[in-house]
Design a protein around this ligand. Structure first.
Ligand code: 3UK
Length: 527
């Protein structure tokens, strides 16, 4: 086999992947397209800029040479706080091709978070979009030791753009193997200090083939648009590795995703696949009540990050005429490992295990539970992180003999589908029975007055845990006793007796992480 190639056999499911002994993943994702005749095809569309596969490959080489020219050595880390734009691709793939380990970080963080990541990663370089300088620069100044090299992607002085302008557009791929360290992503979950999940060269191939190509059925003529940003494992797959893997086109939105900004992109660039999160779909549906938008280019939509309530799936299907495929993924697994499929959808569920992955649901005794019973979801597959950087205790607690503990509680149905119940520590025991906050939230969201809901356990006067609801109404003016009574009756009608919320709080918004996950622990603490 030629160096840096991967052979893909799709005659069986899952596809069989065979990696050359010397394998640098930048070659099949970037350079392969020139051999396959896609030099003039547009790989990236961002604002007014279209980047062809030929230009992408040349700029990846320039960025890689620029990093080597600074003196970065193979294996060293480069932290990047970069918006969704072509430079993200150049830096990320240029680093990988040169043997340097890129570490994309959320661009929504504060200076102290950046200081932590810069110190924890022991990086020797940091690249950032000038838009984020107000938090990144103080974060860099406080880092001890900070990286030797720091530069903005564009603007005044020594920038990536300036370094690339003086760099050669030819670069040989650094030697590596399929299981060597390739890039990291910080995982924060809903609580706790971020942990660097170390991913191998092969991991992006595995997710792009098993989920992107085979589950979503992405093709060369698709145009992918992700509201989730590239720094998030979900966005990294959606808007970069999946389209690149099949020779398709990615559309980027550099700014924040809102109903207006995402509709604008869809109407202008006519993507065929859209990737969002449940909160955004809910907000988009609300906006569509007041305005009409042309979303006819979409053939399928994807939701991940948190569970998609069945009511949102149905409303979207009714109004937009397109399915939303819910799937669960994680930073540690790199992308989605249980999912609905275009031809196989069970609204309100996460769907089935993606071929190429394995799943088990364990009870408190560590044994697999029966179908219909809830337990801890463990998964295994070839894209899971090797370990957490510099954190053997967390690694040992989460990654056990090839299995990854997701931290989620799930029910496996006898029909092979998986039902999300909540994070392990969000589950409530009500009247001695485990009760899923998500089930009650999904019931509340069915009600036409409800935009979003979160449910937590709270002790009543007898110190017994009962569900408490936090509700965001479509029209805040309807908060009050009459609506409380309506929601109460709605829940009593549709849920097992013990599950209806005993308290209702009307709130303006729910506490969420940067990636859109409800922070139920904050609501518990607020009580
Ligand atoms: C939760 C879901 C129910 C779940 C991610 C797609 O979200 C991603 O990664 P994170 O590391 O969080 C992982 C945790 O998020 N979750 C994600 N998707 C769903 N819960 N239904 C879902 N569909 O608690 C999981 O453990 O931020 C999502 C692809 C790549 C990703 N990294």
């Amino acid at each position: 086999m030629r160096d840096h190639t991967v052979s893909v056999d799709r005659s069986s499911t899952p596809s069989t992947l065979a990696f050359a002994a010397t394998f640098n993943v930048a070659v099949p994702f970037i350079d392969r397209h020139l051999d396959e005749g896609r030099a003039d095809k547009v790989a990236i569309r961002a604002g007014a800029e279209d980047v062809t596969y030929a230009r992408l490959a040349a700029n990846v080489n320039r960025a890689g040479n620029a990093l080597l020219g600074l003196g970065l050595a193979p294996g060293e880390r480069m932290v990047m706080m970069v918006k969704d734009c072509p430079a993200f691709f150049y830096l990320f793939w240029g680093a990988i091709k040169a043997g340097i380990v890129p570490v994309p970080i959320s661009t929504l963080l504060r200076a102290a978070d950046y200081t932590f990541a810069l110190e924890d990663s022991g990086c020797t370089a940091c690249a950032y979009s000038p838009e984020f300088a107000a938090e990144v620069v103080p974060g860099l100044e406080a880092a001890d030791p900070g990286p030797a090299h720091r530069f903005a992607t564009e603007g005044e002085g020594t920038t990536l753009a300036a370094l690339m302008a003086g760099a050669s557009d030819a670069l040989d791929a650094a030697a590596a193997t399929a299981t060597d360290d390739c890039f990291w992503l910080y995982s924060s979950g809903t609580t706790g200090t971020p942990k660097g999940a170390v991913h191998a060269q092969r991991d992006m191939v595995v997710t792009s083939e098993h989920y992107g190509a085979n589950t979503l059925g992405l093709r060369e003529d698709d145009v992918c648009f992700s509201a989730a940003k590239l720094f998030f494992a979900y966005g990294l797959g959606n808007a970069m590795t999946f389209p690149l893997w099949v020779g398709a086109t990615a559309v980027l939105l550099p700014g924040p995703p809102s109903p207006a900004s995402t509709f604008e992109v869809i109407e202008t660039y006519k993507p065929s696949v859209f990737f969002g999160v449940p909160t955004l779909y809910a907000a988009q549906l609300k906006a569509l009540e007041a305005e009409t938008r042309d979303l006819a280019s979409l053939r399928v939509c994807v939701s991940a990050g948190e569970a998609l309530p069945a009511a949102i799936y149905r409303r979207w299907k009714e109004r937009v005429g397109v399915d939303i495929l819910d799937g669960i993924g994680s930073t540690e697994a790199l992308h989605i490992f249980i999912s609905n499929r275009p031809d196989d959808i069970k609204p309100g569920s996460s769907g089935r295990v993606v071929p190429g992955y394995r799943a088990r649901i364990l009870g408190d005794d560590g044994e697999e539970v029966k179908p219909g019973d809830s337990g801890r979801l463990m998964i295994a597959g070839d894209s899971t992180a090797k370990h957490y950087w510099n954190n053997p205790a967390k690694t040992a607690a989460t990654m056990v003999e090839g299995w990854l503990d997701t931290g989620d509680t799930y029910i496996g149905d006898a029909d092979g589908t998986y039902l999300y119940c909540g994070r392990n520590d969000d589950m409530m025991k009500v009247g001695g029975i485990w009760c899923s906050p998500f089930e009650i939230e999904a019931k509340l969201i069915e009600h036409p007055k409800v935009l979003e809901a979160a449910v937590v356990g709270r002790a009543d006067a007898d110190e017994l845990i009962k569900p408490e609801a936090f509700v965001v109404l479509n029209d805040p003016a309807e908060a009050g006793e009459a609506t409380t009574e309506e929601l109460l009756q709605h829940c009593k009608r549709g849920l097992a007796k013990y599950k209806y919320p005993r308290w209702f709080n009307f709130v303006e918004s729910l506490p969420k992480t940067a990636t859109g996950k409800i922070q139920r622990f904050k609501l518990r603490a607020a009580g």
